[in-house]
Design a protein around this ligand. Structure first.
Ligand SMILES: [Fe+2]
Ligand SMILES: [Fe+2]
Length: 381
């Protein structure tokens, strides 16, 4: 069902099918500004996809399975040689790459519970859209930590899953950063270092997407799903961040738990040789990835690439769970702050703590005055 065949038969979809797809997208966009409907709309699309027999389903990607790269050849320009990344990647040690593990922060309170359930719904919809069969499922009692399944996913299923997830994952950081930026301008107040981290997160997620796009080009159905999902998801996150940034960061933290789980399972299946193309050491990471992550010579296999992406997701997970634990309007961003002499032990490393840091671990509630602080704690903007 998920074959990567070329889609010259796009027109093979009947007018009725096309009408149903259009109707689904219309519904998705119409119901935009409500957080609770973001994923049901995706589910609608997914359900329609699920019911459609081939060949309509082939339109997830236009790249044939035997040609999973170089679909976007680099465009040459008369004067410009290259455009370096705005945010240079900090890089990881081998130890850091290998120490990432799937994890889960148990929900505490109603807000956490709602965020967690929304992510569960999103995972269910993604599984449905990816055409995951029962024997490809992991133990759903521990959905973000268990990795073993009877059967692996195919490379085509992985690509669909990853591209869709990354196109969604780049939204919240940009929305959060934008709203905090506007808040700072409007209220004439410093932000204490949150904006840059949030914008960098969305930039990093887009680099994940661009990297995957050099391996496979999505078909019209996938592009429609991305369009519909972004129309809904952007509005949902926008409203949600205005209403409760704390719950929104928790939601992103749970989303990133899924991302770490997804990439860990993928790496495991590559190591087991279950994905012949990506397990082949001759299939190297694309140039955009080599440049961005500064992948060292001899460490450019697809496994290496996914280790780097997984470490990024682990950072997002720790950052968002931690930010959710802080006072949104007054606390500094501990991940970019300098600590007082003797307090460096509290400096957080986001990737190390899947459940994030509690406020007292990184801010030190004992030493803080009660009520809003009249001044920013640190020098960061
Ligand atoms: Fe990502
Ligand atoms: Fe992420």
């Amino acid at each position: 069902m998920m074959s990567l065949g070329a889609t010259k038969n796009i027109c093979a979809c009947s007018p009725k099918q096309t009408a149903r797809l259009g109707h689904a997208v219309g519904l998705a966009l119409y119901q935009g500004p409500l957080i609770g409907v973001a994923y049901p709309a995706t589910v609608r699309l997914a359900t329609i996809f699920h019911r459609q027999p081939s060949p309509c389903t082939r339109s997830f990607t236009t790249t044939p399975a035997h040609q999973l790269r170089d679909v976007f050849p680099r465009k040459d320009t008369p004067f410009v040689r290259k455009t370096p990344p705005a945010w240079k990647h900090p890089g990881y040690t081998e130890e850091e790459l290998l120490s990432v593990t799937p994890g889960h922060r148990p929900p505490q309170g109603v807000g956490d519970w709602v965020a967690w359930k929304l992510v569960r719904l999103a995972r269910w919809a993604t599984d449905l859209a990816t055409g995951i069969k029962r024997d490809q499922q992991v133990d759903m009692k521990n959905p973000t930590t268990s990795l073993a399944a009877e059967k692996p996913l195919t490379e085509a299923q992985w690509l669909i899953r990853l591209i869709f997830l990354e196109s969604i994952a780049g939204v919240p950081g940009m929305v959060g950063g934008m709203l905090r930026h506007l808040h700072s301008l409007r209220r004439l107040k410093r932000d204490n270092g949150w904006i840059e981290t949030l914008l960098e997160e969305s930039y990093n997620e887009r680099m994940h997407l661009l990297t995957l796009m050099t391996i496979s080009e999505p078909g019209w159905f996938m592009k429609t799903m991305i369009l519909g999902a972004q129309g809904v998801f952007f509005n949902a996150v926008f409203l949600s961040y205005l209403i409760s940034p704390r719950i929104t960061h928790r939601f992103v933290g749970y989303l990133e738990e899924e991302a770490v789980h997804t990439y860990t399972r993928l790496i495991r299946e590559i190591e087991q040789g279950a994905l012949p193309k990506w397990s082949d050491p001759a299939f190297e990471a694309p140039e955009i990835a080599v440049t961005y992550w500064k992948l060292p010579e001899g460490k450019r296999t697809m496994r290496d690439l996914f280790l780097y992406i997984r470490a990024d997701e682990a950072v997002h997970r720790g950052v968002n769970h931690t930010l959710s634990n802080l006072k949104q309007k007054e606390d500094p961003n501990p991940f970019v702050s300098e600590y007082k002499a003797g307090q460096e032990g509290h400096k957080p490393n986001a990737a190390l703590k899947p459940e994030g840091y509690e406020r007292e671990e990184v801010i030190g509630v004992e030493s803080l005055p009660s009520g809003p602080s009249p001044k920013p704690y640190l020098h960061h903007a």
